[in-house]
Write a protein of this length. Sequence first.
Length: 115
Amino acid sequence: MSSFTINSRTSDSVDILELTGELDAHTASHLEDALKVLIDTNRHKIVVNFTQLAYISSAGLGVFMAYIEDVRALGGDIKLTNMSDKVYNVFDLLGFPTLYDILDTEEEALVKFTS
């Protein structure tokens, strides 16, 4: 069984989800639940920090695809930060850099939300 945790915190009006471990078919529902809670409580400025994420599968990518339109329809966005080359390559293969802001640091993402 893969290990996966989400640490959630807030900076100003932006919610930050720090992912740790492996995001795959067994753990994707945890991320879905976290995103649903934010959307349901009208929190739609979301930064996902990948510093501690070792692996992502297509099921994990699917969660981002499933919720980005909902978040953007509410006037928000999901910005992705701190990806390892290995994780970034998976996103890049599927064309995610054209759909998402993928930034080097969490600070850059926070600035984009406030500017």
